[in-house]
Design a binder for this molecule. Structure first.
Ligand code: NAD
Ligand code: 2HG
Length: 393
């Protein structure tokens, strides 16, 4: 029986992927084999020794201490693209809200009282304060052209906007998906200089923390609308508030309310709603549940943020499969295979892949591996984690 601990609400469609006869899933349990999480802050969480995999039902992994899981030989999975459409639609809403002053206009009509005739007179007399502008012909700059950025860029282009994009690490596959009309520019400053709207779609890592700071915001066109549906710390909030007060920015629309933003004019915040659609929650939950099952049951890895992809069909003549996560250094295969040889076990199939400082090895073994040999393997220099899986043919 595998045990799956959920640290956030995970959509039922995803939880249903774990067969009841072989999985227990709960939000509180002892000795979990894997953990499913959304935005729960795992940096302050004491992870039990039994955990073999972490599944993030979403894109961002800044709430997960990935480096420390890597050292423990634990793969962290995420679900790239599974919530991208939901975020794109919220970003588009942000563009419309800013261009047409929709929130203040709706707040204005909500407070009108009196007869219909009186309300109508107020509407016609005062609506001029909410006059907006059209998106077509305006320039949107997209910073980060990954799963979300590409969708935002293409959708904005379809609305008639000029779209420019900046992503020094764009993947070939995302470059193929991007509309040919999206112009590539070479710096964040150039995006800010040329755009009326800028939307941020980068992950929060050391290199993107406070990507938009006071110096960079100086380059912005006066009246820029800045949208941040990535992470709070991608911008320097103090610099954003100063830019709003100077008129450099007209709006800051983001998914991350904070104490500093609460009273700031020009700010519109949402409660981290980007991925909160039924469709996105289900997509993420189903994708991550399937990844965790594949790893627990077969040692296979896809869409891990810290481990290499591992794909090898289980050899039908094997008695068991050994999964080893190890440091990516010389002599590891030699150490692993000589330890396995203690049991006089024959290797019928094998896969070894590496990614950065980590490597993974799958060995399909003709006969079972003893507990004693597995224990020796776990203590072998360079081995981060090891476990034996008994295939369920
Ligand atoms: N608001 C929400 O609910 C919500 C939902 C999903 C994702 N997100 C956030 O959005 C981020 C992006 O998601 P995604 O699915 O598009 O991820 P992704 O990995 O597909 O794309 C990120 C892109 O950013 C690019 N990038 C990295 N550093 C950059 C830099 N310094 N300048 C320009 N580009 C840079 C990468 O090359 C990549 O193409 C996530 O990491 C997460 O933090 C928020
Ligand atoms: O799980 C959520 O609601 C938010 C997820 C989102 O921030 C992500 O990075 O995918």
């Amino acid at each position: 029986m595998y045990k799956i601990l959920t640290l956030n609400n995970i959509a039922v469609a995803g939880l249903a992927r774990f067969p009841r006869e072989s999985y227990e899933v709960a939000s509180e349990m002892q000795h979990p084999d894997a953990v499913l999480v959304r935005s729960f802050d795992m940096h302050r969480w004491d992870c039990p020794d039994t955990v073999k995999a972490i599944g993030r039902a979403g894109a961002g992994v800044n709430n997960i201490p990935v480096a420390s899981f890597t050292q423990r030989g634990i793969p962290v999975f995420n679900t790239p693209g599974a919530n991208a459409n939901a975020v794109k639609e919220l970003v588009l809403s942000g563009l419309f809200i800013a261009a047409r002053n929709l929130l203040s206009a709706a707040a204005f009509t909500q407070q009108l009282t009196g007869t219909d005739q009186h309300i109508n007179e107020q509407v016609e007399q005062l609506k001029k304060q909410f006059v907006g502008f059209e998106l077509a012909g305006r320039t949107l700059g997209v910073i980060g052209l990954g799963a979300i950025g590409v969708k935002v860029a293409n959708a904005a282009e379809a609305l008639g906007m000029n779209v420019i994009g900046y992503d020094p690490h764009i993947t070939v596959s995302n470059a193929w998906k991007l509309s040919a009309n999206v112009k590539n520019v070479s710096s964040v400053e150039e995006v800010l200089r040329k755009s009326e709207f800028v939307s941020l779609h980068v992950p929060l890592v050391d290199g993107t923390r406070q990507l938009l700071n006071a110096d960079r915001l100086e380059h912005a066109k006066t009246g820029l609308v800045l949208l941040n549906f990535s992470r709070q710390a991608i911008v320097d909030e103090t610099a954003v508030c100063a830019a709003l007060n100077k008129g450099k920015l007209s709006h800051y629309i983001c998914d991350f309310p904070s104490n500093q933003l609460q009273q700031q004019k020009g700010v519109i915040t949402f409660p981290h709603l980007g991925a909160s659609t039924r469709e996105a929650e289900e997509n993420c939950a189903v994708m991550v549940a399937d990844q965790i099952r594949q790893f627990l049951e077969q040692g296979l890895i896809s869409y891990s943020v810290n481990f290499p992809d591992m794909d090898m069909p289980i050899n039908e003549s094997c008695a068991c499969r050994l999964f080893v996560a190890n440091a990516n250094v010389p002599h590891m295969i030699e150490r692993i295979s000589s330890t396995v040889a203690r049991d006089n076990v024959n290797i019928v199939d094998m896969l070894n892949r590496s990614r950065g400082d980590v490597a993974c090895t799958l060995l399909d073994l003709a006969t079972p591996l003893s507990e004693a040999t597995l224990a020796v393997l776990k203590n072998t220099e360079g081995v981060l984690s090891a476990r034996v899986l008994t295939p369920n043919y």
